[in-house]
Design a protein around this ligand. Structure first.
Ligand code: URP
Ligand code: ZN
Ligand code: ZN
Length: 451
């Protein structure tokens, strides 16, 4: 039995074509107009809709623990919510706990996702100062099917620049991507200490507590290392306009550096920290100024960023209001299910990028960066049949009632969107349609790197 998606505006590698797509055994088996359905075949009419490759959110944190506090979306709730936004693959994190090696952490995380996730998944493996990151250890990760390491300049996971340099050198030899949370620890901790000394600890000080300069400074150091070893480094959740400018300049200089930014940095500003519910907007790095927001969009237009991600790190309101200081509030917000529709309205509707570019930045680009292409990220014969049917006319005002995250709120509450996914297919399985969840089993699989 085949699944036929008929008469859709299909986003193919070379452009949009009004055509049909046939799926058999979880793969795309034919693409072409006027396909005839067999008596056993399931048919979805996509007239007037766009048909896109399943989208990838390359930065999520499901059930991430800091001390004894865990993000509220686990693989089950987070991935189910993701499907409603057209996301069929996520890249989560495997983080070694004390005494656990990186490859053991990967095995444990794979086991946690298996039988729980409704979308396919892979991982960035975290290398902190507590793990032994020799060439052999890193090679084990590649053999286990991942090509991406994650380094943090802050938190307990932080790694000093000297250690970072050693890992960047090794990853050049192994052809692995080094993804980095870039906020200079010293600049941030000095600023936080200064604010604390002045008694400025309310959530409204979150923005000033982590200056843009901390991100710019860290990225400058990273650029030097990427250049020296010719390693692909990827800067996650870029928040400041000036950081994007530095990444662009390095790219022009031939440095293998890519970046991602997130809807919250493009749609919101640090004015949110003046609100009563400022805690709901606390994440690291923080929201920035209107000038930053505009400069980020300019860099999106210029092609500086390879992809958009969400840094989905969902806490419910009780967890967000756990404290009344900016430095004790749990940092992170939900976002995967609004990733694509919010950027369609603000980015495509706002005239910043074309629809095709938006789709590329959420499919083929992350798939290529993290070794998943052409299994993922493209509608092409033989690729995994992950599809999104997108209604460009569907209007949704984001609210607590429209989102599916266990956080039960959205930082984009009240935003009026035009265009929304109406069906999502994972490897040929219709997972959700018209706002209803269809597939009952968590059939998500680990995606091995394609070599
Ligand atoms: O506030 C955030 N972003 N929390 C998640 C961890 C991280 O830094 O990505
Ligand atoms: Zn981060
Ligand atoms: Zn993150």
């Amino acid at each position: 039995m085949a699944l036929l998606v008929k008469n859709g505006n299909v986003v193919l590698e070379h452009g949009v074509e009004l055509t049909d797509v046939k799926i058999e055994d979880g793969k795309f088996s034919a693409i072409g107009p006027d396909m005839l359905a067999g008596s056993q075949d399931q048919v979805i009419d996509a007239s007037g809709k766009f048909v896109l490759p399943g989208l990838i959110d390359a930065h999520v944190h499901y059930k991430m623990g800091i001390g004894n506090v865990f993000t509220i979306d686990n693989f089950e709730t987070g991935s189910r919510a993701a499907l409603f936004g057209g996301v069929t693959t996520v890249v989560d994190y495997a983080e070694p706990t004390p005494g656990v090696t990186m490859d053991e952490a990967l095995i444990l995380r794979k086991a946690e996702a298996s039988g729980a996730s409704f979308v396919d998944y892979t991982f960035h493996v975290v290398a902190s100062s507590d793990v032994v990151a020799t060439r052999e250890e890193l090679a084990k990760l590649k053999a286990a099917g991942v090509n991406s390491l994650k380094l943090f300049t802050i938190y307990d996971l932080k790694i000093p620049y000297e250690e970072m340099e050693k890992i960047i050198a090794l990853c050049s030899e192994l052809d692995m991507v080094v993804t980095i949370h870039a906020e200079d620890e010293l600049i941030v901790s000095d600023k936080i200490a200064e604010l604390k000394a002045e008694g400025k600890v309310a959530p409204r000080y979150h923005g000033v507590s982590r200056p843009a300069q901390a991100e710019v400074f860290a990225v400058e150091r990273i650029v030097e290392m990427a250049k020296k070893y010719d390693t692909h480094v990827h800067i996650v959740h870029v928040s400041a306009g000036e950081t994007a400018e530095r990444i662009k300049a390095a790219q022009k200089d031939g440095v293998r550096i890519s970046g991602e930014t997130c809807p919250h940095y493009l749609l919101l500003t640090d004015e949110a920290y003046e609100r009563e519910d400022a805690q709901l907007f606390i994440m690291q790095p923080p929201l920035r100024s209107e000038d930053d927001r505009e400069l980020l969009w300019k860099n999106v237009e210029e092609g500086t960023f390879a992809m958009f991600t969400t840094d989905h790190c969902a806490y419910c309101e009780a967890q967000k209001y756990n404290a009344d200081t900016f430095f004790e509030t749990n940092g992170g917000i939900p976002g995967t299910e609004t990733l694509f529709p919010s950027l369609n309205t603000a980015g495509v509707g706002g005239g910043h990028i074309s629809f095709e570019t938006l789709v590329k930045m959420l499919s083929v680009n992350p798939a290529k960066t993290f070794g998943l292409y052409p299994k993922k990220g493209i509608i092409q014969l033989g690729s995994d049949a992950d599809l999104v049917i997108f209604d460009p006319e569907k209007e949704v005002t984001i609210s607590r009632e429209t989102v599916h995250t266990a956080a039960q709120y959205s930082t984009f509450e009240g935003m009026e969107l035009k265009g929304y996914p109406v069906a999502t297919i994972l490897r040929g399985h219709l997972m959700c349609q018209d706002g209803k969840f269809i597939q009952g089993d968590p059939i998500g699989q680990f995606v091995n790197i394609v070599e």
